[in-house]
Design a protein around this ligand. Sequence first.
Ligand SMILES: [Zn+2]
Length: 314
Amino acid sequence: MPQLLLATPAMAAEYSNWFVNRRAYTRQSDRPHPESGRHFYYRPGSKAGAEVALEVEDVRRHLAGEITLGIYAINPGNQRVKWMAIDADYRRSLDDLLKLQYELQQDGIQAALEQSRRGGHLWILFETPVLAKLARIYIRHLAGKLAVQVKSTGPSDGIELFPKQDRIEAGQFGNAIRGPLGVHRAVNRRYWFYGAAHDLEAQLAYLRELRRVSESRLAELVAELEIPDEVSTTPRRYPPSGFQILDFLEPGQLRRVGRNWVTRCPSCAATGRDRGKDNLAVSVEEPMKYLCWAGCTSSQIRAALGAPAPALAR
Ligand SMILES: [Zn+2]
């Protein structure tokens, strides 16, 4: 690793504008944990136990390679994010990231690919902070279209999205990811973006030029999403029931957004969620197709509507 990296306060301030969503942060430990042997991330606290807020000087030291910061995705004040990152670290993960990068390009989105220890991080920057939920809907859909697995809980392969949550409550943090251009303490090396020469100035110039995605463009992309055909593990041994979800929804509560009707998901509503009344999407063209962006299954939605799916005939 080149030692003479002149990280200036101006660089740190600019980097903070791009990447820092809130002043809580994590740091990668300089030494491995005595038991696990791993370099872990922790939230620095003062001696009095109070939270320590990130300063521009911390960011400068991160860029200089003296410390390594983990940054949080969501600003809890408005549930918005300045960026979205896709983390992949399994075998062949680079293939998946390149597929995603290509597909994003088809939607006019430039995503920056950063190397990591075992795979990579793909970064999308927004012109102004966008709702975490909107960014997640778009990327999850894109991954689904490409058959790229999104990691679920427990040990499994798949990409991880940052933000990992649609929203966080006061006092919560969500998940942090290593700040771009940080040095991994375990191997004492820096992981660069593929798009530029391997020095700090060139890398920052590359990020500066990266096209930012506007909130209106993102909203447009989400409005144009197609609801996939229902994925069902049960064989279709009988003709479709003819269940029409629109028969069960209040017409006055439906809003047309792009190619879909949008309303509160009945299953989410049953547990007091989806106050924004926009989780359920029903295809205008093919109203048999509907989807809850928060992940409720079709049987949960039907049960909440009092129209459970009939059991399969034997
Ligand atoms: Zn739902």
